[in-house]
Design a protein around this ligand. Structure first.
Ligand code: FES
Length: 136
């Protein structure tokens, strides 16, 4: 491999979540299974992320996701789904892409935007959840 100045190393935790992603949803959910969903595309690479959330007693009970994104997006969203479970929506909204990257033990610099995809998808999902609450 040529040394082009890029760090190609993935942390063990990135590899663990990439090879065994948590809370990924391959099939479309059943009607009523979730309280809200959100979808975003990454301006940096064009990849897509879809997310679903179920909130019980004010806390995130279930957060599922699906992406066309890369290994870093898969690992980022997998670890994010574990970080937010049990938190309120407001607490989860405070988690930044930097927190996700720290939890993963780092990401190659050219892959930082992949963690932003998880963050943006959650923001969209939370926004839709809030709207659905107002509609009740
Ligand atoms: Fe598109 Fe990572 S390159 S999500």
């Amino acid at each position: 491999m040529t040394n082009d100045g890029v760090n190609w190393q993935y942390s063990e935790k990135v590899k663990e979540h990439f090879f065994n992603p948590k809370n990924v949803l391959f099939d479309d959910p059943e009607p009523g299974q979730f309280d809200a969903e959100g979808e975003v595309g990454s301006p940096a690479c064009g990849d897509l992320m879809k997310m679903w959330v179920r909130v019980e007693n004010g806390k995130i009970k279930d957060l599922k996701w699906r992406t066309f994104g890369c290994a870093s997006a898969i690992a980022s969203t997998s670890v994010f789904s574990e970080m937010v479970t049990g938190k309120t929506i407001e607490e989860a909204l405070k988690i930044t892409p930097q927190d996700i990257i720290k939890e993963l033990g780092g990401l190659p610099p050219i892959k930082i935007h992949c963690s932003v995809l998880a963050d943006q998808a959650f923001k969209k999902t939370a926004e839709n959840w809030k709207k659905s609450k107002k509609a009740l």
